[in-house]
Design a protein around this ligand. Structure first.
Ligand SMILES: Nc1ncnc2c1ncn2[C@@H]1O[C@H](COP(=O)(O)OP(=O)(O)OP(=O)(O)O)[C@@H](O)[C@H]1O
Length: 309
């Protein structure tokens, strides 16, 4: 659905994108993550045909975005990170306005708009002024606006930003529904653990380059060069700490009231060996577990610098 190759964007002498590569298959929900200023919005604006790239290629459904922007706009629904919502309109009028802009006849819009309002849980606000909606409701209305022409691809720039936890959950539920409808969705966010639950793939962008892309689990596995092990013995043991510090695959061995925490750079086999060796050495182990890493840890690990590959 999306194929980006060597995409660059410079603003004056500043390079916001320095050779972006990214591909997203049809039907995928793709989480676009990266620190502030990494180039997420720039990439999304180029895909949405609102910004011209400096060089490189960005295709949606095989069509170069710069060559046929009109066709691209039929294919995509774009939700920017900042948007205005014409406060003097009522919710229904607002959607009629956008529907009409896409050339959808009134009779069709009359059927479509109640369905869209239902999808984004705003049916009870159909006759309210946009001005009177809460921020979360306005975000949902904006999402409905993106769906008016039934686009295949949704480009959502931080759709959950500024929402309270409850409103974020509501937004997540709507996105899940859109996924089941077969839409391809690119969503940028800083709320990474939430993203992990709903995306099929993530792409991590830093300093204008994609530094890791793949299935959430694969990236997590790749990044788990260092596992954090937690070992609790029947009683604190300076010998166990010394034993662990002596091993080649361990680092940062620390003991606190919860037990011993140790960074471990081996894989499953070596981890099993470590446990067996500790038991053989006579340490009385109560628990030996691996701390779960989540997407937040992965993100921090990756963006700490360097290419994880
Ligand atoms: N119009 C512009 N003129 C000059 N620099 C710009 C312009 N737009 C963006 N930039 C710069 O390009 C870089 C990438 O910005 P972009 O908005 O794409 O980042 P982002 O990853 O979306 O960040 P955030 O998470 O903060 O929204 C930033 O350093 C930004 O300051």
């Amino acid at each position: 659905m999306i194929e980006i190759k060597d995409l660059t964007k410079t603003y004056g002498s500043f390079s916001a994108l320095k050779g972006m590569n990214m591909s997203v298959a049809k039907g995928t929900v793709f989480g676009f993550v990266g620190p502030n200023g990494a180039g997420k919005s720039t990439t999304m604006s180029i895909l949405a045909t609102l910004l011209a790239p400096t060089s490189g290629s960005a295709k949606v459904n095989g069509i170069e975005v710069t060559e046929n922007p009109k066709e691209i706009r039929r294919l995509i629904g774009y939700m920017p990170d900042f948007f205005g919502v014409y406060d003097q309109f009522k919710t229904t009028e607002y959607l009629h306005f956008y529907g009409a802009s896409y050339g959808i006849p009134r009779s069709e819009r009359e059927k479509l708009i109640p369905q869209l309002l239902d999808l984004v849980n705003l049916s009870d606000k159909a006759d309210f002024y946009v001005d009177s909606l809460s921020r979360g409701m306005k975000q949902r209305l904006c999402l409905a606006r993106c769906l008016v022409h039934d686009p295949e691809l949704l480009i959502l720039d931080e759709p959950a930003s500024g929402l309270d936890p409850r409103a974020r959950i509501e937004m997540r539920e709507i996105l899940k529904e859109l996924k089941t409808m077969g839409k391809t969705i690119i969503i940028s966010s800083h709320i990474l653990p939430e993203l992990a639950e709903m995306v099929d793939e993530i792409g991590v962008i830093e300093h204008g380059r994609m530094i890791a892309q793949g299935k959430v689990q694969d990236i997590q596995n790749r990044m788990r060069v260092k596992r954090v092990l937690h070992i609790r013995l029947t009683e604190p043991s300076a010998q166990a700490v010394a034993f662990l510090r002596d091993r080649t695959l361990t680092s940062m061995v620390l003991e606190d009231e919860q037990g011993i925490h140790v960074h471990f750079s081996g894989q499953d086999e070596e981890q099993a060996e470590l446990l067996a060796d500790m038991i053989a050495a006579g340490f009385r182990i109560v628990t030996f577990s691996e701390a779960q890493t989540n997407l937040e840890d992965v993100f921090l690990e990756i963006t700490r610098g360097g290419d994880p590959a």
